[in-house]
Design a protein around this ligand. Structure first.
Ligand code: CA
Length: 187
């Protein structure tokens, strides 16, 4: 039975490969990513906080829920949290936002926005960047993964409040967003 350990090792290797592939599927990662600061597929948000026009089950990349921006809903369901709360003990400066976006038509011209306000009570902007989805998503009716590198200024401090949202801009058709992940990028 000298071949048995080899077989077991092979099986373990195959399982390892399968697990590694699984972690890249469209579902939430199994293993916690130390650099991951937030992740949201919006499945648990439905019903909480009262009526929220941006939360929708009309389209979804995973599960049943996503968020939208449209002429009727100019700003999507918004993430807002101070840098201290987002990443206790170390203000993150290099970030990457990834998300899945779907444009319904040529008029889906929403922008994916990351902004930093002075504080939760002072909306004076410290930083702003936006990804035009009309450029990042070339086709309609299909989900595409988009990425937005975010380099916060060196002057950013823990009491600054980070916001993430879709802005409809001058869009005439809805744009959908799902499976948002914000990661700290190692320098
Ligand atoms: Ca979802």
């Amino acid at each position: 039975m000298r071949f048995l350990p080899v077989l077991l090792l092979s099986a373990a290797a195959l399982l390892g490969v399968a697990t590694a592939c699984g972690s890249h599927s469209d579902t939430a990662p199994v293993a916690a990513d130390a650099a991951e600061l937030l992740t949201n597929g919006f499945e648990q948000n439905i019903g909480w906080g009262g009526t929220q026009p941006s939360l929708t089950t009309a389209k979804a990349h995973t599960g049943q829920a996503a968020v939208l921006a449209s002429p009727e809903v100019p700003f999507s369901y918004t993430y807002a949290r101070t840098l201290d709360a987002l990443s206790p003990g170390a203000v993150p400066h290099q970030l990457e936002l990834s998300a899945w976006a779907l444009r319904t038509a040529g008029g889906s011209t929403a922008r994916l926005v990351v902004q930093l306000d002075t504080s939760p009570t002072d909306e004076k902007q410290v930083f702003y960047t936006a990804l035009p989805l009309a450029e990042a998503v070339p086709t309609f009716g299909e989900w595409h993964q988009v990425r937005l590198p975010v380099a916060l200024p060196a002057s950013a401090i823990g009491s600054n409040q980070l916001k993430i949202y879709l802005w409809n801009d001058k869009g005439t058709s809805p744009t959908y967003l799902d499976d948002v992940v914000l990661r700290r990028v190692a320098k």
